[in-house]
Design a protein around this ligand. Sequence first.
Ligand code: CU
Length: 340
Amino acid sequence: MLSAIIGISTIIVFSVFSEAQLEPKVFVTHSGQVIQTSGDVLDPLYTASTVEFDPGKYLRDFNYGRISELNGQTIREFTIIAEDDKIQEISPGVFYNVWTFNGTVPGPTIRATEGDLVRIHFINNGSKSHTMHFHGIHPAEMDGVFEAVGPGGGQFTYEFEAGPVGVHPYHCHVMPLEEHISHGLYGVYIVDPKEERPPADEMVMVLNGFDTDFDTENNFYAANSIPFYYQHHPIQIKTNELIRIYVVNMVEFDPINNLHLHGNLYNYYPTGTSTVPSTYTDMITLSQTERGIMEFKYDYPGKYLFHAHKVEFSEKGWVGIFLVNDNPDQKSQTGIDYEN
Ligand SMILES: [Cu+2]
């Protein structure tokens, strides 16, 4: 609604001094701000956010769907709506046209147990064609590549059995793919093993970036969309409590990303497909859509950084802090029984 008002009320006034391309043009935004530029204006100008995204909530928010059962199989149904007209304040004063699944970037974390039937009611309320392409095992027609879902209310139902066990991305797969992904049409899909992993304080981190000046290089990087968010709002955890992070790299334009943890090492399970870790390290490197599960405990309380050891990324926002609180009585915040 607000974005529609913005769209209608954005008045573009430009004075043409000559036919020369580099002559300055003056733009007046809907809020009255006057902007002069000799460059092309590739997108409308915005000064208001229409997205409400809380990285603190997203971190531990898992969506298990509407649950029913048929012939002994658990069915999990989700409704996912794509839009491409939302505006998010990526960094103070920097507004960017994000394309969203259910109103946020990343979209909701979808979670099922191996063997469940996952049914996604996908509605495209955007102005361009979109799809949902899940990584994992499913029939060809459920792959979200060749069945583009048209704009303005197009619908498609994706249905498949959850598997394999692990952490997988989902994203739009309409061309130009780079544009559809970099604007934010992605999220995380977790498949739990039938025999549950040990109890833990679980989190999701999507490593992402935003190219806010359209030069196919990212201007901002983050874990969960907002640069420096977890530095300003440290993630509270407890000593001796098992932490499990489902991490997915969705950074477009850059060939690699990485994740370094301070004062500790973690067991790492690439793609989460094995219950046996492949490595014990403080640093993993990930290409786009590469992902895995990290597990660790802190022995000592205090503040610990985690960040990209690609320093450019950390200096542009991909950095956070774990605030490890002392836990002398071994009281768990996740219901873990420490006696066992
Ligand atoms: Cu798309």
